[in-house]
Design a protein around this ligand. Sequence first.
Ligand SMILES: Nc1nc2c(c(=O)[nH]1)N(C=O)[C@@H](CNc1ccc(C(=O)N[C@@H](CCC(=O)O)C(=O)O)cc1)CN2
Ligand SMILES: Nc1ncnc2c1ncn2[C@@H]1O[C@H](COP(=O)(O)OP(=O)(O)OP(=O)(O)O)[C@@H](O)[C@H]1O
Length: 198
Amino acid sequence: MSSPEQLEQQKRQLRQHLRSLRNDLSSQQQQLASQQLAELISHSPYYRTAQHIALYLANDGEIDPQYILENAVAAGKHCYLPVLCPNNSLRFSRYRPGDKLTLNRYAIPEPSHPDYIPVAALDLVLMPLVGFDRSGGRLGMGGGFYDRTFAWLQQSSSTEHPKLLGLAHHCQEVATLELASWDIPLSAVATDKELLII
Ligand SMILES: Nc1nc2c(c(=O)[nH]1)N(C=O)[C@@H](CNc1ccc(C(=O)N[C@@H](CCC(=O)O)C(=O)O)cc1)CN2
Ligand SMILES: Nc1ncnc2c1ncn2[C@@H]1O[C@H](COP(=O)(O)OP(=O)(O)OP(=O)(O)O)[C@@H](O)[C@H]1O
């Protein structure tokens, strides 16, 4: 049995390992992965039926949803980016390519004139992952931002709520990730190789 401290330590090491794997991908590999991801997502009912879609600007070797953003905007869908809040949760602001951005405390660009949507009004949230397993377990950057933002989903009985779709490179899959009580399970994971519905 591992102690909570040992589990945290293991999680930190795994995070470091998976982040270095994705940062080692060449720009050609990144580009191809991003195109393959967009192709897979474009056929998914989660995407096709969604009008309000949260995504992110790729950072730290993350798989890049830029082509999904372009397709979505061309199809008249509304896209949103995460903005860090003082209580360490996220709000999502409307984003159109070309909008003005400012760097947040992690040097990730976010909209400088936020135009927020209530999170419950999002149809689909494309979440950046550091790691995932095949049963919906996820490992993020360790800030707990997405977990805090979507904690209300665990109590929600409504079927009308955002679907959480994690995005990752296929090399970020791990056998099992132990879920903490606050971890919000994913509805699906998409990589450059497959769309995995959970
Ligand atoms: N592209 C993208 N945007 C995102 C996230 C993300 O994972 N990816 N987030 C998902 O939550 C939020 C930002 N969360 C983040 C959490 C930690 C670090 C990070 O680099 N941590 C450093 C330590 C930095 C420090 O503490 O000063 C590190 O671990 O090396 C970055 C983003 C909102 N926006
Ligand atoms: N709903 C919540 N309420 C309060 N604290 C939370 C909540 N969810 C997560 N946390 C805190 O956030 C910390 C980081 O959580 P965790 O390691 O699961 O982050 P992560 O899922 O990797 O990051 P992210 O959600 O930003 O992608 C945990 O130590 C936990 O205490």
